[in-house]
Design a protein around this ligand. Structure first.
Ligand code: TYM
Length: 349
């Protein structure tokens, strides 16, 4: 187990890893910013590993039974959106112990100063940071471990995860430098498309989020067609018609958000959407957006509901995915232990 591990950076084959927290139902933001793009990457034929990060979820309180349910629902959403568990590896994080084990090593690599700069910790901990869990503080080191346990080279995410991926790069670089190895790849964030930051339907300056107290602020992947249409009809806008050019959306966050959502759902660019609806009133644009959203989302919702009828089958898929994930992560973790000087003489199995 003490093969030299110094090989050039080019040794890393393209591999995608990404994760979603099962800390509530998934939103249109998760779908456009992440899930839809996960499916595209799978269909491009790249090796793809996708994870329901249940251990990240418990950094804030989760009711155990709800967490189990939400994890299954998340898995159903992945499959309903087009993730094929035969082509992608789909599993829940806690079933592969390498994530937690590598996270500990990374806790010892990451610096307090780095963690103190994480804006998501500040947002989530709120005013009373003293009462936040230690796990919430260490959250980004676990995220780095998720990615690095597979030597993943690319991570599709929404805009809000950019800082965490920069930290992942810093941890990988510091580990390589500290131990004089070229062991971890320096990951590339894939933040692409028109909908990398889907905003609240009630306030175009706030991110659409599963934790927003107002259900009107978001579209959930479990919403019915009527609910989707009603939420879009009531979405906040301004009194102006849609502009002739994209520049005209500047300083119009609510209008910009709806145009971005249209572009994300239709696979058009923002320019194309603006060209199509130039000068249109929201009375015209909103019904078109509602029809599009219903057409794209309700087949997913229907399929999710069907899959949720058989929770044992979902658990079986997650278990099989975890076994495949473990065959990649386990040897990488063993090499990490070797590099860091841990004795690994226990017989296994
Ligand atoms: P989470 O669960 O908050 O969100 C999952 C994915 O959805 C994206 N997203 C959005 N994209 C656009 N607009 C929005 N309003 C929106 N809301 C959420 C997120 O950017 C993310 O891509 N820390 C991660 C989970 C994670 C992870 C990882 C991701 C854990 N380990 C390793 C990548 C790689 C998170 O909380 O995502």
């Amino acid at each position: 187990m003490s093969e030299p591990v110094q090989t050039p950076q080019t040794k890393f084959a393209p591999r995608i890893f990404s994760g979603i927290q099962p800390s509530g139902g998934l939103t249109l933001g998760n779908y456009l910013g992440a899930l839809k793009r996960f499916v595209q990457k799978q269909d491009e034929g790249i090796e793809t590993i996708y994870c329901l990060v249940d251990m990240h979820a418990i950094t804030v309180w989760q009711d155990p039974e709800k967490l189990r349910q939400q994890t299954r629902e998340g898995a159903a959403a992945f499959i309903a959106a087009g993730i094929d568990p035969a082509r992608s590896i789909l599993f829940n994080q806690s079933q592969v112990s390498a994530h937690a084990e590598l996270a500990w090593i990374f806790n010892c690599v990451a610096r307090l100063g780095w963690m103190n700069r994480m804006t998501q910790f500040k947002d989530k901990a709120g005013k009373n940071a003293e009462a936040a869990s230690l796990g919430l503080y260490a959250y980004p080191a676990l995220m780095a471990a998720d990615i690095m346990a597979y030597h993943a080279t690319m991570v599709p995410v929404g805009e809000d995860q950019k800082q965490h991926l920069e930290l992942t790069r810093d941890i990988a670089i510091k580990f390589n430098n500290d131990f004089g190895v070229d062991f971890f790849p320096v990951v590339e964030p894939l933040i692409e498309g028109a909908a990398t930051r889907v905003m609240s339907l009630r306030d175009g300056t706030k991110k659409m989020s599963k934790s927003d107290p107002s259900d009107q602020s978001r579209i959930n992947l479990t919403d019915t067609a009527d609910m989707i249409a009603a939420k879009i009809r009531k979405a906040k806008t301004d009194p102006e018609p849609l502009p002739e050019t994209v520049e005209g959306l500047k300083d119009r966050p609510d209008a910009r958000n709806l145009v971005n959502i249209y572009a994300g759902l239709s696979d058009l660019t923002v320019d194309q959407v603006v060209a199509e609806f130039a000068g249109a009133q929201f009375g015209t644009f909103k019904p078109a957006l509602a029809d599009l959203a219903v057409a794209k989302l309700t087949p997913i919702t229907t399929e999710m509901n069907r899959l949720m009828q058989d929770p044992a089958e979902i658990d079986r898929i997650l278990g099989a995915g975890a076994e495949r994930a473990d065959t990649i992560a386990h040897p990488i973790l063993e090499q990490v232990y070797d590099i860091t000087g841990m004795i690994r003489s226990r017989r296994r199995g």
